[in-house]
Design a protein around this ligand. Structure first.
Ligand code: C5J
Length: 228
């Protein structure tokens, strides 16, 4: 007997914008971008840049629901984390030295060294960690394709469609979506499952993505995705 939720190749359709998004679970991955303590909790990288991190707390619930849906549907799940090696050899000085943050990448903070792999701040927020068999991509840049194995992972699994959630919408999510679009992936961003320190930037990014007939991809509500 086949469960309604078993992963199958059967096509699904999401009522998305600017028009319906069709995908097959076996060739679709959820890409959850940078749901890390350093961006979402006080005392991390995001706050060191002067941001009000409370704007991102509201993304955690919808992102958790989206992750649960993807697991139930049998999608490949990819989690990314933006962080650097402890010796900072993968952190360009331009990134570390720009501006006047309260603490810089690699400095000590309340959640360990800021944006450094292996420190508590660089870890996922509770409830959004990978399960066994899921993919974790550690990335030094904003885009998840830059200097990572993501292309190889997706190619090996014959993935053609990507569904995105995570933070922040106009920085790492949008950069990755644009990288993916240029590589030929069909991309959908789930509206409630992404957020920014600047709500107006989130809204503008959603509008940019789906403008001009979906020039970067599609957007859809979480409810419409979960109905698919
Ligand atoms: C930022 C990110 N905002 N994950 N990173 O620096 O969007």
């Amino acid at each position: 007997m086949t469960s309604d939720f078993a992963p199958t190749g059967a096509p699904r359709t999401v009522q998305a914008r600017p028009f319906a998004f069709a995908f097959e679970p076996l060739t679709t991955a959820l890409v959850m971008i940078d749901m890390q303590r350093d961006f979402i909790e006080p005392g991390g990288f995001g706050e060191s840049l002067g941001n009000d991190v409370s704007h991102l707390a509201r993304v955690v619930g919808p992102a958790t629901d989206l992750l649960g849906w993807a697991r139930m549907r049998g999608l490949l799940v990819v989690h990314t984390r933006e962080c650097h090696r402890p010796d900072l050899s993968d952190c360009p000085p331009a990134k570390r030295l720009r501006g006047a943050p309260s603490t810089r990448i690699g400095d000590a903070g309340p959640m360990g060294r800021i944006l450094i792999d292996g420190e508590p701040g660089a870890d996922f927020v509770p409830g959004l960690s990978p399960l066994a068999g899921e993919v974790e991509i550690v990335k030094p840049g904003k885009g998840a394709f830059y200097n990572t194995t993501l292309t190889h992972v997706l190619t090996a699994r014959r993935i053609t469609h990507l569904i995105f959630g995570g933070v922040t919408t106009e920085v790492c999510v949008q950069t990755t979506m644009r990288e993916a679009n240029d590589r030929g992936y069909e991309c959908l961003l789930v509206e409630e499952a992404t957020g920014s320190y600047f709500p107006e930037f989130r809204d503008a990014t959603l509008a940019m993505v789906r403008a001009q007939g979906g020039i970067v991809g599609w957007t859809a509500s979480l409810a419409d995705v979960m109905r698919a």
